[in-house]
Design a protein around this ligand. Sequence first.
Ligand code: G
Ligand code: MN
Length: 422
Amino acid sequence: MIQLGREMMVRGRSAAFAPGLVVRSMEASPLSLSFRVANDAHIRRAYGAAVADEVVAELSHRLFNILPANCRIINDGNGVFVAHLHGDDLPGGEVAGAVLPVWLAAYCAGVLVDPVDTQAGSLCVWLSADWAFEGREGEKVFPFQGGPVGEGKEWEGFYRSDMARAVEFLPLLSQPRGNLHSGLVLYWQPVVGGQGDVLYHEALCRPCGADGRVQSPEPLLLALERLGFACLLDRHVVSAVVDELEAAPGVVLAANVSAQSLSCTHLWNEVIERLEQRPDIARRLVWEITETALVTDMNRAVAFIARVRALGCRIAIDDFGVGFASIRQLLVFSPDIIKIDRLFIDRAVLGPRDAAIFRQLVELARSFGAEVVAEGIETRAQAKIVEAAGSVWQQGYLHAMPSLTRLWWQGWGGAERLEPPR
Ligand code: G
Ligand code: MN
């Protein structure tokens, strides 16, 4: 039996929700905080209803323990629970409007990196929230960016294995950045020009296990994207890159960000604030947008890009030509830099037809007024084809392997190369 020091209100699934609680009729409360387990349907499908109910019960208790003593928490079923708060010490309407979204977003992000223990093992839970103050509805906070529950029997197994990865990795992100145990190390690889000049250095994250072994990032990144959880990793990397920019005046650095993460507006508050305070750093930061996942909320993504651009940041479209990086995306995002996926230079050396396709892609990218980068240059023959296309930047093993060494500390590519944003 769950022991609680205070009264809680229960409705609907009350018996399973929290046995032993007092059930009373509701009166109107001035402030209500409504939480939704955004991946409730996913958990229900992959682990069963009992586990999904356990998640709601555990999260309600966590919330109950930090809210004022007179709060009441109602289980609305289907992963929704609502905290009702009374009392004279509640913030006024204006204060609530300013403070609550920030607090709620931080709380929901904190829950995601603090897995919930259930009979099926630990699970990472995406909480979305909204609030109402004296009948006035507040905004939705921490909207979910993941896809719907998949079809087919195999989906459950895939979801469980993605979840196992997230449970192992996401808690590491609550460690301070720069801490070796934060689960990630950054490798660096420059984007170079014909004269050995550097456009910028790209940060490439590599997960680092408890044994200290560095792994390929791809399985983890794809698992987090499928779960809809990629934005936490992306925020961690961007923050770490901003740390580097702060430490090295003059250098231009890039971080990879999944297009999925751009719609997570509240999560970026802290990063945006830092960039607002340091325009000199914002101007030296490139956001490389990768599109291995479909953008679920294009309007939010476009608004976010406009916002970071207004701060002076540059936008690059990564892996152009594959995945969801479409020509429409170029029109919408109008990037400062377009990186042509390595697939095309790999093929370009095979024959004149593929070489022509590569050249045409370069022309297309140029017509958007962007700097063009050819990715994955491994051989002299490939570099020659790129050079023939004229003023195209290059990145790849031929020029520099991704490395832990910060080449700009040794004076390579220390200068600001990029023009101020248009
Ligand atoms: O999606 P994005 O282009 O940012 O991915 C970069 C990845 O490609 C990194 O993991 C990096 O290690 C790898 N990479 C960098 N240069 C080369 C290259 O010349 N050839 C190949 N095959 N991979 C590369
Ligand atoms: Mn990239």
